[in-house]
Design a protein around this ligand. Structure first.
Ligand code: IVH
Length: 715
C-alpha cells in the first residue's frame, strides 16, 4: 500500500515537472526564440508526458501542454460578453491625418505632458486571453467587439500562448498604477488577468499552407489574415494546430482595467511574464518621433516574416487616455496609421482559362493594368469555376484585387455598386481551350479538368514543373523555350529558307519534345536545337549540360518533378525515403502506400494509379535508360551532405538569384534551420540587397554575415 502510494506520488511529481519543463521550453522556443534543446529532445519530453497522462487520465488538466492539440471537435462555439468592449481603431491614411490626431490629443489633454507608444499593426485577428489564478481559462475572439466566441481549444494550439502566466524571473519593480492597480510583481489581489493580442500566420507558413493547398487542389487563401481567421473558426483544434499560428500581445487588463499607469509598462510586464510582445515597440517623446517610426516601418515592412498593415500609435499615459475617452467604436487616445494598401480596384476586361499540368483549368482575370504594392498588375487568379461563381464576376465589372505574402494577386470581391448594366456574363468553357477535348468536373470536386493525356498544355506545364528549381533544376528551361520545344517547327532548307508544301503552306516538322523523356535525347538533335529561334550554340550547349546534370538530382526531386497529383515536395521526399528506389515505388500497391505515415488514401490512390498507366511506365523506362538516377544515394541524405546540421540561419534582404523559399529549402536540405530573427543563437546571417535591421543586429552581435554566393559555396 505504502509502495503504491509512493508510486502514485512519483507519477504526479513527474507529470508536474515535465509540464513545467515543457512550458519553459515552449517559452524559450516560441517567445524568446532561443531554444536550448533539440526538437527531438522536446518530442521525447512530450511523449513521456503523454504516456504518463494516458496512465493517469485523472491528472490531465486543461493547461497541460499535451492539451494544445485536441482531436475532439467542439460542438460549435459558445458566446462570451467581453468585460470591456474590444474596440477597433480609427484609421489615418497620411502623415497629415496623423499630425491632426496628435494636435487633437494635445488639445484635449489641456497642456498636460504625455508621450506616445508606437507598435506595428499586425494584420491578423484580435483575441482575448483570460487568465484566472495564473491559468488560461478562456480565449475569446473579438466578434462584434461586445460579444465574441469562445475558442479556447483553438487558442491553446498556438504555441506562443502561455497556458500559465510565467512567474517573473527577477524581482519586480514597485507598484506603479498608484491607488487603482496592484504592483507589477504582485498580482495576488487580481482575480482576472486579460491579455489581448493579434493572432497571425507567419508568411512562410502561409506560403507553405497555400503550396500544400494548391497540391491538394483546394482553394488558396488570399492572405495570411484569411488563413488565420479560417483556422480559428475551425471546430477541429487539430486542424488549427497544423496551421501553426502565432500571436503578438498588445493590451493588458487587470480585472477589466488597464494594468499600469502607462501602456508601455503593460507591454513590458507582458513580455516579462511569458507573453510574446512585438519587439519593435517604441516609446516616442514627440509626434515627430512617431512620424519617423511610421516612415521607417513603411519601408521595412517587407523585412518582417509576418504581414503588417500599418502602425498603431497610442497615448502612453493611462490618466491622459482616460481624459481623452472613447467613442462607441474606438478610443480617441489611439489611432492606426495605415500603409498604402496592397489592395486595389480595377476593371475586369476578360477571363482566360489556363490548363495546368494535371489538366486543371484555372480561370485567370485579365485586368485593366493597375499599380499594386510597387508592381503593375494585369492578371489575377480566380482558382476555379466554383470560386468564379462565388465571386459572381461579370465582364467589365469593377473588382478588388489583393496581393500579399509574395503570391500572385487574386480577385477578392466584385464592387457591385459600380455596375452600369453593360456587364455581361461569363460562361465557363465546356471544352479545353488548348486541345478542345470535352472538360470534366468530377462530382464533389472544385476543379474542372481536361481529360486528354496528350493535351499540349499538360506537356508544357509538366515540363516546366519537371525543370523547376525544386524538382530537376534545369535552369535554362523557361516558359519561352518550353513553348518552342513543344510547338511544331517550320521546315527549312540548308540555306535557312522556309520549305513549302504542295499547297503553298510552310511544311511542318513535329515538335522537338513530345514527352519529358525527350529532354534526355535532345543531345542527339543538337543541330535542330541550335536552329531554334533565339537559341545559338552557346545556349543550346548550356541547356544540354544542365539536362545532363539533372540526371543526378536524386529520387525525391525526380518523384516530385513527375507531377503526380497530390504529390508535393514533402510527399515526394517521404516516399523516396520509404522505398529507396523507383523500381520499388512503381510496384507498390495502394494499400502499401497508404500504410506510410503521413500518406493518406487519396494520395496513395493517386500515386498507385499514376504508375498503372502505360504511358507513365514508358516514361520511367525511358528516363532510366537515359541514365536519370532512380535510387536514393543514401537513406535520408539524397546526395547532399548535412553540412549545416545544428546551424541556425537567418535570411534578410533580396538575394541575387534565390527566392526566400529556395534559400530556406537549400539550408534545410543540408540539415540547417532558418529562423525569422537574429539572436545570439544565430550562426549565419545570409544578407542580400537592402538588408535592414537584421543586418545591424547581426553586426552588433558579431554574427557571421555571408552572401548568397558564399552560402551556395559552403552548402
Ligand atoms: S490596440 C483599444 N495594437 O487592429 C485598442 N491593435 O484596426 C485596441 N491590431 O482590433 C487595439 N496590431 O485587431 C492594437 N499593436 C496593436 C495591433 C492592433 C493589430 C488590430 C486589432 C484591432 C485592429 C484595429
Amino acid at each position: 500500500m505504502a509502495e503504491k502510494s509512493r508510486k502514485v506520488k512519483s507519477i504526479e511529481r513527474e507529470i508536474a515537472e515535465l509540464r513545467r519543463e515543457i512550458l519553459d521550453h515552449d517559452d524559450r522556443y516560441y517567445v524568446l526564440n532561443e531554444p536550448i534543446i533539440s526538437d527531438a529532445e522536446y518530442d521525447a519530453l512530450m511523449k513521456r508526458l503523454q504516456e504518463l497522462e494516458e496512465r493517469r487520465p485523472d491528472l490531465i488538466t486543461d493547461d497541460s501542454p499535451t492539451q494544445r492539440v485536441s482531436g475532439q471537435p467542439a460542438a460549435g462555439f459558445e458566446e462570451y460578453l467581453h468585460k470591456r468592449p474590444m474596440l477597433s481603431l480609427d484609421n489615418s491614411y497620411s502623415i497629415d491625418d496623423l499630425r491632426d490626431w496628435a494636435r487633437r490629443c494635445e488639445k484635449l489633454a489641456g497642456g498636460r505632458n504625455f508621450d506616445y507608444v508606437t507598435e506595428l499593426k499586425i494584420d491578423g485577428l484580435s483575441m482575448s486571453l483570460i487568465y484566472e489564478g495564473g491559468r488560461l481559462v478562456r480565449a475569446v475572439t473579438r466578434g462584434d467587439g461586445f460579444r465574441g466566441e469562445v475558442v479556447s481549444n483553438n487558442a491553446r494550439t498556438i504555441r506562443s500562448v502561455p497556458l500559465r502566466i510565467k512567474q517573473e524571473r527577477e524581482s519586480g519593480r514597485a507598484g506603479e498604477r498608484g491607488k487603482k492597480g496592484p504592483s507589477p510583481s504582485d498580482t495576488s489581489s487580481v482575480k482576472e488577468i486579460e491579455v489581448r493580442g493579434e493572432v497571425f500566420l507567419p508568411n512562410e507558413v502561409f506560403q507553405q499552407t497555400n503550396r500544400e493547398r494548391a497540391e491538394q487542389e483546394l482553394p488558396l487563401f488570399a492572405n495570411p489574415r484569411n488563413a488565420a481567421a479560417g483556422a480559428m473558426r475551425q471546430l477541429d483544434a487539430k486542424i488549427v494546430a497544423e496551421r501553426r499560428l502565432d500571436i503578438f500581445c498588445y493590451q493588458l487588463l487587470f480585472d477589466g482595467n488597464p494594468a499600469f499607469n502607462s501602456h508601455f509598462k503593460s507591454l513590458e510586464w507582458m513580455a516579462k511574464h511569458g507573453f510574446k510582445v512585438n519587439p519593435h515597440r517604441r516609446e516616442c517623446r514627440s509626434i515627430d518621433e512617431v512620424v519617423a517610426y511610421c516612415e521607417e516601418w513603411g519601408e521595412k515592412r517587407d523585412d518582417l516574416n509576418y504581414e503588417i498593415d500599418g502602425v498603431v500609435v497610442k497615448v502612453n499615459q493611462v490618466a491622459i487616455q482616460d481624459e481623452l475617452g472613447s467613442t462607441s467604436k474606438s478610443p480617441r487616445w489611439a489611432i492606426a496609421y495605415k500603409f498604402p494598401a496592397r489592395q486595389a480596384s480595377t476593371q475586369l476586361l476578360d477571363v482566360i482559362y489556363q490548363v495546368g499540368r494535371t489538366g486543371a483549368v484555372t480561370p485567370v482575370a485579365v485586368l485593366e493594368p493597375v499599380q499594386l504594392a510597387g508592381t503593375t498588375v494585369s492578371r489575377a487568379s480566380m482558382h476555379n469555376a466554383d470560386e468564379m461563381r462565388r465571386l459572381g464576376v461579370m465582364r467589365l465589372d469593377w473588382v478588388f484585387i489583393e496581393k500579399s505574402g509574395e503570391i500572385i494577386p487574386q480577385v477578392i470581391k466584385v464592387i457591385t455598386e459600380r455596375r452600369t448594366g453593360k456587364e455581361t456574363e461569363f460562361k465557363f468553357p465546356a471544352h479545353c481551350p488548348v486541345c478542345e477535348t470535352k472538360l470534366v468536373k468530377p462530382e464533389g470536386e472544385a476543379v474542372t479538368r481536361c481529360p486528354n493525356p496528350d493535351c499540349p498544355a499538360k506537356l508544357r506545364e509538366g515540363l516546366l514543373h519537371f525543370a523547376a528549381r525544386r524538382a530537376m533544376r534545369i535552369e535554362g528551361l523557361g516558359v519561352a523555350l518550353t513553348d518552342q520545344l513543344t510547338s511544331p517547327r517550320v521546315k527549312r532548307d540548308k540555306k535557312g529558307q522556309v520549305v513549302s508544301g504542295e499547297n503553298g503552306e510552310p511544311l511542318q516538322l513535329p515538335p522537338l519534345v513530345r514527352s519529358i523523356a525527350d529532354l534526355y535525347t535532345l543531345a542527339e538533335n543538337r543541330d535542330e536545337l541550335i536552329a531554334l529561334e533565339r537559341m545559338g550554340t552557346k545556349s543550346a550547349d548550356n541547356l544540354l549540360a544542365q539536362i545532363e546534370t539533372s540526371k543526378e538530382a536524386g529520387l525525391a526531386r525526380l518523384i516530385y518533378g513527375l507531377g503526380i497529383r497530390h504529390v508535393g515536395e514533402r510527399t515526394a521526399a517521404i516516399i523516396a525515403n520509404h522505398f529507396g528506389s523507383m523500381e520499388r515505388l512503381s510496384t507498390a500497391s495502394a494499400e502499401e502506400l497508404s500504410k506510410i505515415h503521413e500518406i493518406g488514401e487519396v494520395v496513395a490512390a493517386s500515386i498507385y494509379e499514376w504508375f498503372q498507366e502505360r504511358r507513365h511506365q514508358r516514361l520511367i523506362k525511358r528516363l532510366a535508360q537515359a541514365g536519370v538516377k532512380m535510387e536514393m544515394t543514401r537513406a535520408g541524405g539524397e546526395q547532399v551532405s548535412r553540412v549545416f546540421e545544428g546551424k541556425l540561419f537567418v535570411l534578410t534582404g533580396t538575394l541575387p538569384t534565390l527566392k526566400r523559399d529556395d534559400a530556406r529549402a537549400f539550408i534545410e536540405a543540408r540539415g540547417g534551420r532558418v529562423s525569422g530573427s537574429v539572436s545570439k543563437k544565430t550562426d549565419f546571417l545570409v544578407a542580400g540587397e537592402e538588408a535592414g535591421s537584421k543586418l545591424t543586429r547581426a553586426q552588433e552581435l558579431g554574427i557571421s554575415i555571408i552572401d548568397e554566393a558564399t552560402l551556395l559555396k559552403i552548402g
